[in-house]
Design a binder for this molecule. Structure first.
Ligand code: PMP
Length: 422
């Protein structure tokens, strides 16, 4: 007999259903505002898991999606190509760090990372070198599929699967010159076995918006070039202006061998991943021998509607003052953060571009800190959607966010510090 369908049959991501509040029933969104079924309005201070770029329901992207859906909604990308994909590749390479010349499309951030890791290992295999080791940073988060999980930090998210994950050479976060030197010291003896180093450039998102300076990013890149290790930049969160430059690598004048992007790529409208590679990496897979093909792809690879959304989002960068908006958000963060820095409840404040973080001095610091859910409830009751990473309250707002919206969010965060005293 078929089991009756429950009122809420949906199993939500990153949700402990035994403890979670009822989900917020959302019925609409525009700009930086989410509108709930009961009429409440929330300022989306985290861009709906870091994806919404220019604002919800941006009319130009919405129109491009509708138009493309009526024209060509899907095609098998191994044998077909189309204008939205061609224009997207052109647009991405125009704004990407120099040296990248090939664009491989997939579905999301995790698949963009999987493709990158497989490209790196396949690149060496094609050259007859057995290099399968990956290096990654402490605290890293690269996604939830097995390869991406392996490159990610071991911890709460990965514990049940630990024995199934491949080993990674783990490097310290290069927050200062000594740590950067330590990275070099750890990489050197393994150089002949390492396929690639993968990093989240400048900001480690899920780790709690932990940051390191452009100088250190440049040093990591330099070490990889010297040792002949491929350098993968996971710009899934940092891409498309979040850190102040189009890609975080550009603040350090770094050109990776492989770059992953997703999230904001479609302006936040549709899932899409892109893995950019140099000609050198691409050409490793060129052969008269079919067995040397890059055997990777997904049903929806190159989906025309997702590509059209991404092309429209890139257009918005050209037709609207997006870089000014980004600079304005950064300046607003800076002003507001200043008054948090000296508060006894605050351990540290951090900012890079439009990303701001306030790390609270909690006794149970970390992702599972009981503070996170209490704070989230407090913020939602006051009209701000924030989703703290444990004891780290952060903002990564859509670029259309106004001074007033940001000021209100910071006021509410300030009020919430009183919760720490209880
Ligand atoms: N890499 C980074 C740096 C990310 O922040 C994320 C998602 N938070 C991912 C990869 C995985 O992306 P997705 O959730 O789209 O699979």
């Amino acid at each position: 007999m078929k089991t009756a369908v429950r009122a809420d049959a949906l199993w939500r991501p990153y949700t402990q259903h035994a403890l979670a509040d009822e989900p917020l029933a959302v019925s609409g969104a525009s700009g930086s505002t989410l509108v709930l079924e009961d009429g409440r309005r929330l300022f989306d201070a985290v861009s709906s898991w870091w994806v919404t770029l220019h604002g919800h329901a941006h009319p130009k992207i919405a129109a491009a999606v509708a138009e493309q859906a009526g024209r060509l909604e899907q095609a098998l990308f191994a044998d077909f190509t189309h204008e939205p994909a061609r224009r997207l590749a052109e647009g991405l390479l125009e704004i990407a760090p120099a040296g990248l010349s090939r664009v491989f499309l997939s579905d999301d951030g995790s698949t963009a990372v999987e493709a990158a890791l497989k490209m790196a290992v396949g690149h060496w295999a094609a050259r007859g070198e057995r290099r399968t080791m990956i290096a990654a940073l402490e605290g890293a988060y690269h996604g939830d599929t097995f390869g991406a999980m392996s490159a990610s930090a071991r911890g709460t998210f990965t514990a049940p699967y630990a024995s199934m994950l491949f080993d990674v050479l783990r490097l310290p976060l290069p927050v200062d010159d000594a740590a950067a030197r330590e990275c070099r010291r750890l990489l050197e003896p393994q150089a002949g076995r390492l396929a690639a180093l993968i990093v989240e450039p400048l900001v480690l998102g899920a780790a709690g918006m932990r940051m390191y300076p452009p100088r250190a990013l440049a040093e990591l890149r330099r070490v990889c070039s010297e040792l002949g290790i491929l350098f993968i930049a996971d710009e899934v969160m940092t891409g498309f202006g979040r850190t102040g430059t189009m890609f975080a690598c550009q603040a350090a004048d770094v050109s990776p061998d492989i770059l992953c992007c997703s999230k904001g790529i479609t302006g936040g409208f549709l899932p899409l991943g892109a893995t950019l590679a140099t000609e050198e990496v691409f050409s490793s897979f060129l052969s008269e021998d079919r067995a040397r093909t890059f055997f990777h792809g997904h049903s929806y690879t190159g989906n025309p509607i997702a590509c059209a959304a991404a092309v429209a989002s890139l257009e918005v960068f050209k037709t609207e003052p997006v870089l000014e908006r980004i600079a304005r958000i950064g300046a607003a963060h800076e002003r507001h953060l200043a008054r948090f820095a000296e508060r006894p409840e605050v351990a540290q404040v951090r900012r890079r571009g439009t990303i701001a973080a306030i790390e609270l001095a909690a006794s149970d610091a970390g992702y599972l800190s009981g503070l996170g859910p209490r704070l989230r409830r407090f913020y939602i009751e006051r009209g701000v959607y924030l989703r703290p990473l444990g004891n780290v309250v952060y903002m990564i707002p859509p670029y259309c966010s106004t001074e007033e919206e940001l000021a209100h969010a910071y006021r509410v965060i300030e009020e919430s510090l009183a919760l720490l005293a209880r």
